[in-house]
Structure formats: C-alpha cells, structure tokens
Design a protein around this ligand. Structure first.
Ligand code: CTP
Ligand code: MG
Length: 237
C-alpha cells in the first residue's frame, strides 16, 4: 500500500559481479528462478513498489546478457557500467542518477542477487527515513564461535547486539557519494553502504527485515530462493 509520508526514491542495483562463489558459467544474476533471470525478479519487485521512481542497474563491462530494458513496470531503468569492487559499482550507479536529483534525496542500494526482497521490507526501510540512513538487517540466531587456523573453537562470541546487514540500504544521495568516494580515496574497500557512512562518523539505524531476503551466494541458494519466490507468489495470489 502506498503511504504518502514515504519519500519516493531511486534505487541503485549493483549487478556487475562475477558470482564466483555461486559457480557455473553463467553469472548468478542471470541464472533462472521460476523461468526468469534472478535480476528480473529483483528489478520487477523494486519497480512495482509505489515509492520507487526508477532504477539504475550497474552491469559488468563485458555483460552480453542484459536484455536492454530502459523501462520496467512503467518506471525508467538506467544501465551503467560498474567497477572492480561492489562499492565502485554502487558509485557508478549513483553517478548515473538524474542530474536534477536533490542532494538530500533518499536513494536505496539493493543487490541484484537478492531477488526475494518484499515490498513489506522496503516499506519498513522507508518508514525509517532519516539523515543518518537506514539498513535492513536480521539479528543473529546461531551461537557464534571464533576458530583458530585448525578450526578448533577458541571461544564463543556473545551474540548480543550482532546483526546481519542486508539490502536495501537507504541514504541521502550526496552524503552517500561523499562517504563512498572518501573510502575509495583512503584505499578502504567497504562491503556495504553503511560501512562507508560509519567511516564518516554516522550511525545508521538497523531496521529488522525478513531473513527471506537472502543474497544468492552459493549453489544451494538457488533452490532456496526459488522456494521463497514461489511461496511469495502464492501469498500475493
Ligand atoms: N557487484 C557489483 N560489482 C562488483 C562486485 C559485486 O555490482 N564489482 C554486485 C553483485 O553483482 C551482487 C552484489 O554486488 O549483485 C553483491 O555482491 P556479491 O554477492 O559478492 O556478488 P559477486 O561479487 O558477483 O559474487 P562473488 O563474490 O561470489 O564473486
Ligand atoms: Mg563479491
């Protein structure tokens, strides 16, 4: 349901990775789930959200699988070339957003490899819009062990206050670009947007999201994602 109080946002979708851990010849964002590429599920779910204005998808320089969409579900799709690290790709996507987008406009960054994101997750994130930014996350469930080089348990790490950070993550456009550039210039590889903002002294808020919003990473994740998508389709039918 559209909520008028929500900001409307552009979404940057990094999809320029090689998917090494997922194996197979085809990069994971182009493997099929229920007959459609992973990236198509991701982009359609984003584009059908009422508060999403458009999507900037970031592709590898040698990507010859991109279907060339410039519109999906009635929303503009911009395609740009990414870089060596995920953060380079995100910066390229942010650079490609419309020139007239305000400095303080909220933007989302969402991994192409997370096709099971739901509108409910996006709503929860948008509800938390503030200058400090917001990150979908899930509290850790398992007991954590720190191991030595021989996989022998050294100790148990207290779980209190530990979360797994997911995407989308939401920040104001100019502040995020500044933080990502500063990290890059300092030679620090940030693995998510929050990490770049944290370096800048900002404490983004964690928003509890669904653990179903998994990042397809290893071969077994494809069957799991397909199961979750099928269940989600049933729910909305
Ligand atoms: N990504 C990107 N540019 C890069 C690296 C990653 O746009 N240089 C994207 C991936 O396409 C993916 C998301 O960032 O949608 C999350 O990265 P990850 O899950 O690590 O994907 P890959 O880097 O492709 O996988 P792997 O690390 O196993 O090679
Ligand atoms: Mg990677």
């Amino acid at each position: 349901m559209a909520r008028e109080t929500h900001p409307s946002v552009w979404v940057v979708v990094p999809a320029a990775g090689r998917g090494v851990r997922a194996g197979s010849g085809v990069p994971k964002q182009y493997r099929l789930l229920l007959g459609r590429p992973v990236i198509e599920h991701t982009l359609r779910t984003l584009a059908t959200h009422p508060q999403v204005r458009g999507v900037a998808v970031v592709l590898a320089a040698d990507d010859d699988r991109w279907p060339g969409w410039d519109m999906l579900e009635g929303k503009p799709v911009l395609a740009v070339t990414g870089g060596a690290e995920r953060a380079d790709s995100v910066l390229a996507g942010l650079n490609a957003l419309p020139q007239d987008l305000e400095d303080d406009a909220f933007v989302l960054v969402h991994d192409a490899a997370r096709p099971c994101v739901s509108h409910r997750d996006i709503d929860a994130l948008l509800d938390a819009a503030s200058p400090r930014g917001a990150v979908l996350a899930v509290p850790l469930a398992d007991t954590l062990k720190r191991a030595d080089d021989d996989n022998l348990v050294r100790d148990t790490v207290p779980r209190d206050g530990l979360w797994r950070a997911l995407t989308p993550q939401m920040f104001q456009r100019a502040a995020l670009m500044r933080a990502l550039r500063d990290a890059r210039d300092a030679g620090v590889v940030v693995t998510d947007e929050s990490m770049a903002m944290e370096r800048a002294g900002i404490a983004p808020v964690l928003v509890a999201g669904s653990a179903d919003n998994l990042k397809i990473t290893t071969p077994r994740d494809f069957a799991l994602a397909e199961f979750l998508l099928r269940a989600a389709n049933k729910d909305s039918a």
